[in-house]
Design a protein around this ligand. Structure first.
Ligand code: NAD
Length: 494
């Protein structure tokens, strides 16, 4: 939770775990943002000129410090946004995998490489390289305050950009901590600056002289970010909300699928962009699957203590959204086979499993961001695919099927699919992560994630004069006749 401090330009962070103030941070103004962006431009040349290898060494050193001090970072994450410390450690582990990958692969992915020329351009040697944009503005959410921003920060830095980062107002301490650790291994210049604040600070970053915005947050805020960036034609990376589905085929491993649905739906108190919110199950195994899910989910307790498997809901306003979704699901004929409206206890929400919820309920169509699942019976896998794809979101999806997993996966319109597991595509460092539709566009992670923070520069070098000089007023009628023949020869057969 956040509140305004008596000093108008400061805000407090109130821990959802203890209810106490755990930090007070400046609310960055437009001037603060502009100053940071100006400094970032001043040092961008230095950081870019260091080259891939020297940058990789610094980023590896950053990774080493984060790893050695990981318990401290996990504690800070727990106290600021409420997830259990062990889950915060898992988040750090995943984030560092991607940081390592970006440092190791930037030269290979972005460095200059030769490409083939063509018959008409045979006298040219051609190459392409991917250059840093300059200064990247990153705006982050609170639900994965390490993994999510590092997806942009690591890749933007590895590509040679400097960064101004506006962390969520719920987790500013985590953002500041990450930047402080980088400054220990890059003491010369502030290549990563953090400006804390709320939406107004984020909005100022969009209007500043950054060369790109890497945004992760809700779809509604994403639209505001794009509107602001349109004024200056600033490109944007949009990592927005989701309503991910999990599909269970008649021959799927029910134990594994139930385990994935429960973890995917309930972990982090359901506050996961890639969280499972909808489950579609073949009618032949529906009852057996629901039994398994309920048996598992019954053992999970939300709490603020050290032993709780899931923490509190971080944003107080989200409680109303969760209540509205459960209420709508039940009002439209759904049943809570576990939890329900009574599962909401202050800022804690106990696991809630809903069945028979119609597809037009907001519990199925909108992002709930709570520890709830709708589990729906489907006729067959065509039915499951159609319902899964009906969402306006398209981030990730899981499918459990022994024989047809790949086939079902190829029919899904989301940025990623995992067959017989949950969310593993986000853990494989060489894979891109991102969505389609209302989940956004652009990619973090992998080669696409590195290219996201660059622009390609194409280059040709003439090796010898062309025997067919085309781009000159000295072109003869003979050459024009030859071009006509060539056009027919090269393309007319198709
Ligand atoms: P949010 O949209 O409320 O806030 C995100 C960030 O935007 C915050 O830093 C906030 O201060 C800033 N912001 C708010 N108004 C702004 C404005 N007008 N201009 C610029 N910045 C502004 O989202 P949240 O509650 O922090 O995060 C949860 C959302 O993020 C969920 O929808 C979740 O699905 C999504 N998310 C997506 C991914 C992904 O990879 N696609 C990852 C994590 C979270």
């Amino acid at each position: 939770m956040i509140t305004t401090s008596p000093a108008a330009d400061m805000f407090d962070v109130i821990s959802p775990v203890t209810g106490r103030v755990v930090g007070t941070h400046p609310r960055g103004s437009a001037d603060d943002i502009d100053d940071a962006v100006r400094r970032a431009h001043e040092v961008a040349g230095w950081w870019g000129a260091l080259g891939f290898d020297a940058r990789a060494r610094r980023l590896d050193a950053w990774r080493g410090i984060i790893a050695r001090r990981a318990p401290e970072l996990a504690e800070l994450t727990h106290i600021e946004m409420g997830k259990p410390r062990a889950d915060a450690m898992l988040e750090i582990a995943m984030a560092l995998e991607h940081l390592a990958w970006s440092a190791k692969n930037a030269a290979r992915v972005l460095g200059r490489r030769a490409v083939r020329s063509s018959l008409l351009t045979a006298n040219q040697s051609a190459s392409v390289e991917y250059l840093p944009l300059g200064v990247v503005g990153v705006i982050g959410p609170w639900n994965y305050p390490i993994f999510t921003p590092l997806g942009s920060l690591s890749f933007a830095l590895a590509a040679g950009n400097t960064v101004v980062y506006k962390p969520s107002e719920y987790t500013p301490g985590v953002g500041v901590w990450l930047a402080q650790r980088l400054s220990e291994v890059v003491p010369e210049h502030p290549v990563l600056q953090v400006v804390t604040g709320d939406g107004s600070t984020g909005s100022a970053l969009c209007r500043s002289a950054v060369n790109k915005i890497g945004f992760t947050g809700s779809t509604a805020t994403g639209k505001k970010v794009m509107t602001a960036c349109a004024e200056t034609l600033t490109p944007v990376l949009m990592e927005c909300g989701g309503k991910d589905a999990l599909i269970v085929d008649a021959d799927g491993d029910l134990e594994a699928a139930a385990d994935a649905a429960v973890w995917g739906g309930l972990s982090n108190a359901g506050q996961t962009c890639l969280g499972v919110e909808r489950v579609y199950v073949h009618e032949e195994v529906f009852d057996a699957f629901v039994d398994r899910v309920v048996t598992r989910a019954r053992t999970i307790r939300a709490g603020s203590g050290g032993n709780a498997q899931i923490g509190p809901i971080t944003m107080p306003t989200q409680i109303d959204v969760i209540r509205r979704h459960i209420d709508d699901a039940i009002g439209k004929g759904g049943r809570a086979v576990l939890g329900g409206l009574d599962a909401i206890e202050g800022n804690l929400v106990q696991p809630t499993i809903l069945v028979d919820v119609p597809e037009d309920s907001v519990a199925v169509t909108e992002e709930t961001f709570g520890p709830t699942l709708t589990v729906t019976r489907v006729r067959d896998m065509d039915d499951a695919v159609e319902r899964a794809n009906a969402s306006r979101y398209g981030l990730g999806l899981s499918v459990f099927s022994r024989r047809r997993g790949d086939e079902i996966a190829t029919r899904i319109r989301t940025g990623a699919v995992s067959v017989n597991s949950y969310v593993m595509y986000a853990a494989v460092p060489s894979l891109p992560l991102g969505g389609v539709g209302d989940s956004g566009f652009g990619r973090v992670h992998g080669a696409d994630g590195l290219r996201e923070f660059t622009f390609p520069r194409a280059m040709t070098r003439q090796r010898f004069p062309s025997i067919l000089p085309l781009t000159t007023f000295r072109r003869t009628p003979r050459i024009d006749a030859l071009v006509r023949v060539l056009v027919r020869l090269l393309h007319g057969r198709h």
